[in-house]
Design a protein around this ligand. Structure first.
Ligand SMILES: Cc1ncc(COP(=O)(O)O)c(C=O)c1O
Length: 448
């Protein structure tokens, strides 16, 4: 049958079916392809085998050669676009449950999720997508680039930028959706000269000695601020240095100084709407009576920043949300005495089976995990053997039945597992923050 629009036929079987005078039901009967499958194919070729499409195309007298070409092209594109050997999975229920835990625990405070450092390695886009349900007052980022990523998903989200920013960029910033943190009087002067309404949060150095204006400069800051009516002091903040320690002496001294600053600011007739001091640890360990918001970082992602022996440790009821899965891309049988990977740091003590994963220190594993870390295959813990490479890792497949492209769990959400973020941090002598934020951005993030 000659067809009036060959192009249409190739890109959509629907038009061909209609031209052929068949309902979906009739075409289903004619081909044996279920009607629901036809309906899915007509909505776009996803999740459909080429043969099914060809059966349908044949039934409506399409040019099979062209259809085949087109379908294969689409399928190939889909495969290229949709299949990755390494995957990060983010459990949206865990993120929301962690967020709500803090929200319910601190009812008189606003909870602002911190999405800096690629949302602690989880991915800014998936975390923004998940949090779009709870509509936080602010999402907190370190850089303007991170704000742009958030706006791709939630274009109207208000952002608090807490990192340093070159004043040269001020003219290019969309100040209607962002509040800047000001750490010094010179940035205030730059902002004041823009002649635009700008909202700022003043960061006070109460003893961290990294960023912020000290108590003895506050007076000067207030006087300067009054020169620029377009610069609105929306927030006042500081950051605690030792909030995760059982001894709270230093936290108390920081709080005392912060309260002095609040008094001083108030005496100048300034009334910042948002006062915030604590991050995850401080929310449980500081008095925090003057503030009305918490900048929630690590706790949002389900990691407890307090040491086990801290009196508050068990009160933080959260769970990790991030899993990483990889795929076996090679299986090698080696003999007793054979070496594995660079420099032969592993020598087989018996004949054995080695699995290869397509990720290494570029993607996720600290090289210190060579001959130390583990992965999980079919619920069995399998040691990483030999030196971790840039993009590959070798592990002991034990006597497990394995096939190419079988899934291997690289990072577990269970804190007790040897391949959890907590245990990896311990083995590599660092903190969960560092392990998380080093997870390469290139690995696809999937929300589950
Ligand atoms: C200023 C500031 N606020 C909040 C946070 C979030 O801290 P946490 O992840 O411990 O909740 C950080 C983290 O580095 C920070 O620098």
């Amino acid at each position: 049958m000659a067809h009036r629009s060959q192009k249409n036929i190739i890109t959509s079987l629907k038009s061909a079916r209609i031209d052929f005078g068949l309902t979906q039901q009739q075409l289903a009967k004619k081909t044996g392809v279920p009607r629901t499958t036809i309906s899915k194919i007509e909505a776009g070729f996803r999740n459909t085998t080429v043969n099914t499409i060809l059966d349908l195309a044949k039934a409506v007298n399409l040019d099979l050669r062209l259809v085949k070409q087109e379908v294969l092209r689409k399928t190939k594109n889909m495969e290229r676009g949709f299949t990755t050997l390494n995957n990060v999975y983010i459990d949206s229920a865990a993120i929301l449950s962690n967020y709500n835990f803090f929200k319910n625990k601190f009812k008189n405070k606003d909870i602002w999720p911190v999405l800096k450092a690629n949302a602690y390695g989880h991915g800014i886009e998936p975390i923004t997508t998940i949090l779009s349900k709870v509509k936080p007052t602010f999402m907190v980022v370190d850089s303007y680039y991170e704000a742009l990523q958030i706006w791709k998903i939630s274009p109207n989200q208000q952002i608090l930028l807490i990192g340093a920013l070159s004043p040269h960029n001020y003219p290019n910033i969309n100040f209607t959706k962002i509040s800047l943190t000001v750490f010094d009087i010179s940035s205030l002067k730059y902002l004041g000269k823009l002649n635009k309404e700008v909202r700022i949060h003043l960061k006070v150095n109460t003893g961290f000695n990294r960023q912020g204006i000290k108590l003895d400069q506050i007076e000067k800051f207030c006087i300067e601020l009054k020169k620029y009516p377009q610069v609105k002091l929306e927030g006042l903040m500081s950051h605690l240095a030792n909030a995760d320690e059982p001894d709270d002496k230093f936290t108390k001294s920081q709080e005392k100084e912060f309260d002095q600053v609040i008094k001083l600011i108030t005496s100048h007739g300034l009334k910042p709407k948002h006062i915030h001091l604590s991050a995850t640890a401080g929310s449980f360990t500081a008095n925090d009576s003057s503030s009305n918001a918490i900048r929630l970082g690590i706790g949002l992602y389900g990691y407890n920043p307090l040491p086990h022996n801290h009196a508050q440790y068990n009160k933080i009821k959260i769970r990790p949300a991030l899993t990483i899965a990889s795929s076996i891309t090679n299986i090698i049988n080696i003999k007793k005495g054979d070496q594995v990977s660079y420099n032969g740091t592993y020598k087989a003590s018996k004949d054995m089976k080695v699995g290869v994963l397509p990720l290494g220190y570029f993607e996720v594993f600290d090289r210190k995990l060579s001959n130390q870390g583990v992965v999980k295959f079919k619920d069995t813990t399998c040691p990483i053997i030999g030196n971790i490479c840039m993009n590959m890792t070798t592990f002991d497949l034990k006597n497990l039945k394995a096939q190419l492209y079988d899934t291997v769990k690289v990072i577990s959400t269970n804190p007790a597992d040897k391949n959890s973020i907590y245990q990896i941090a311990k083995m590599t002598e660092t903190i969960p923050y560092e392990v998380l934020t080093r997870i390469n951005q290139n690995i696809r993030r999937n929300i589950i």
